[in-house]
Write a protein that binds this ligand. Structure first.
Ligand code: CMP
Length: 140
């Protein structure tokens, strides 16, 4: 995947709360272009694998349970400096600590139910995009 693309997931809290469109509009206004998207319910196995890096952390079980609790919306987004720009746009993990105007400040409930995930490096963006999408699913 090109280095100026990143992977994001609108999480079950935001999707169930009818916030998917608002969040995508917010990101499109921030210069991101939608390259691929799908709506799905993760299995325990998929959520466990996706968040495998957190296995053993105290919140891992809660995280897997939450991510499988409802539908979510993985998306590939594109813009200059996509990974870092999206991390800035979503804000801190805990919405109480997120800067004004960020997605989590606007739409997240708590550190666990925090509305959105975004890849934290180009390497993880490529890996996470492959987790949800085939190369042929991506706009070229
Ligand atoms: P995300 O960016 O998807 O990456 C890992 C997720 O783990 C993070 O967002 C949070 O939703 C979740 N997480 C991190 N720390 C905690 C915590 N202390 N309690 C519950 N969930 C957490």
């Amino acid at each position: 995947m090109a280095a100026n693309r990143t992977l994001t997931i609108i999480k079950p809290d935001a999707f169930a709360g009818n916030k998917a469109g608002l969040i995508l509009a917010h990101l499109e206004k921030g210069g991101f272009r939608l390259i691929a998207s799908r709506v799905m319910k993760l299995t325990q196995e998929q959520a466990g694998e996706f968040y495998g890096v957190h296995k053993g952390r105290p919140f891992y079980g809660e995280l897997v349970e939450f991510m499988t609790s409802g539908y979510c919306m993985p998306m590939v987004l594109e813009r200059d400096n996509a990974v870092l720009t999206l991390r800035d746009a979503i804000g801190a993990t805990d919405p109480a600590e997120a800067a004004a105007g960020t997605v989590r400040k606007l739409y997240a409930e708590s550190k666990g139910k925090n509305a959105i995930h975004a890849s934290d490096s180009d390497e993880n963006a490529a890996r996470e995009a492959r987790f949800f999408f085939a190369e042929t699913d991506l706009i070229r």
